[in-house]
Design a protein around this ligand. Sequence first.
Ligand code: ADP
Ligand code: ASP
Ligand code: MG
Length: 421
Amino acid sequence: MQPLVLKFGGTSMGDVERIQRAARIVAAERAGGRPLCVVVSAMSGETDRLVKLARAAGAERPEGPAVSGHGFDDEYDVIVSTGEQVATGLLALALRQLGVPARSWQNWQIPIRTDGHHARARIQSIEDGAVGTHMDSGEVAVIPGFQGVTQDGRITTLGRGGSDTSAVAMAAALRAQRCDIYTDVDGVYTTDPRIVKGAQRLDRIAYEEMLELASLGAKVLQTRSVELAMAHRVVVRVLSSFIEPGVAQIGTLVCAEDEVKMEQRIVSGVAYSRDEARVALFGVPDSPGVAAEIFGRLAQAGVNVDMIVQSQARREGAQNIVFTVTEREAQRALDAVRAGASIGFEEAQVRRDVAKVSVIGIGMRSHAGVAHTMFAALAAKGINIEAISTSEIKISVLIDAQYVELAVRALHTAYGLDAAA
Ligand code: ADP
Ligand code: ASP
Ligand code: MG
């Protein structure tokens, strides 16, 4: 029988009682006879605590650009990965107390190999032979999410929220029937249910849509996990761990576009991100090669640029260039464009009180007027748009951060996503 991968997030592993409930869910699944691999996150709050500790001890720039040789980042990963190790032991014990044979595995014992980009490593291979043999004998394998090990034996981590990626990668390696992600909501919603009470659970969502939702801010799944699921055609189901096993739940299936029913809504979801900064360069010379020079420097400094707007300046022969980066990268972006005098802009300005709100849906491909609905809904609330970017299945706008919730609610209503009261 094809195995099944289950993943429990931080809140689902929050205390011993919750871990016992997770164990009951695993035990109920085991009754179906499939070999099981369970991927766990650190108990909620634990990774934050470890990150603070590592920073206080001098681990710098953990999520910045690649540091050649040994910076501080390799020890950062040694510290922050430990939360998951504790969680594996706790869940394995809880399973044994239910009479379910189980054992924990650490990454170096499997191993899950990654590249050496500490704090944001990518999985390269999983040698799942030994784990698979144990699983086939009926023992539940409990493995830590978030971590990996390099070819030369150093511990790495996969970026915040990375346990989703560990679970999907494990499902791909084991050719699992499905990867069930247990979290604190019972599926993927039309928008963050913490912000919009009328948000609705989606029965199904296409990989492409989920990828946009995740990368535009919906943290229910880590973006990389969706990329991997899409590449390896792993069917992912998002479910709540806050129910007793045996109670039926539908959750959300993340699957191929042709499996998403064609009753199709135009917009499937609204996402937002507050982790944005807007960098404006005023009075940039209006001549060929200037943009290449600016964005070349940013690339060299390892800064990821998102939205870009270029406009005519008041002065003849000059233009303004505005772009967005994550808050963390704003200072580095500014330093990069200021380094050397050759660009010759008049003034550079950074604003951190901005946010990005996006609407996503594969239905946009075949419908006109989607952008108009968005702009009209924002205008009706008096919200100014500072930058726009689009792809085939999403439209994003940059707005003043204080209006994020208002904008998300207005768009949710404008696209008819509110649940009937
Ligand atoms: P875990 O600890 O299980 O990994 P996360 O906190 O990473 O869980 O992700 C779950 C949270 O994602 C939910 O509590 C919810 O507030 C948030 N979220 C944001 N957008 C969405 C969305 N569109 N659908 C469901 N949850 C969302
Ligand atoms: N524990 C890690 C984090 O908090 C990984 C995860 O939970 O997915 O980011
Ligand atoms: Mg998560």
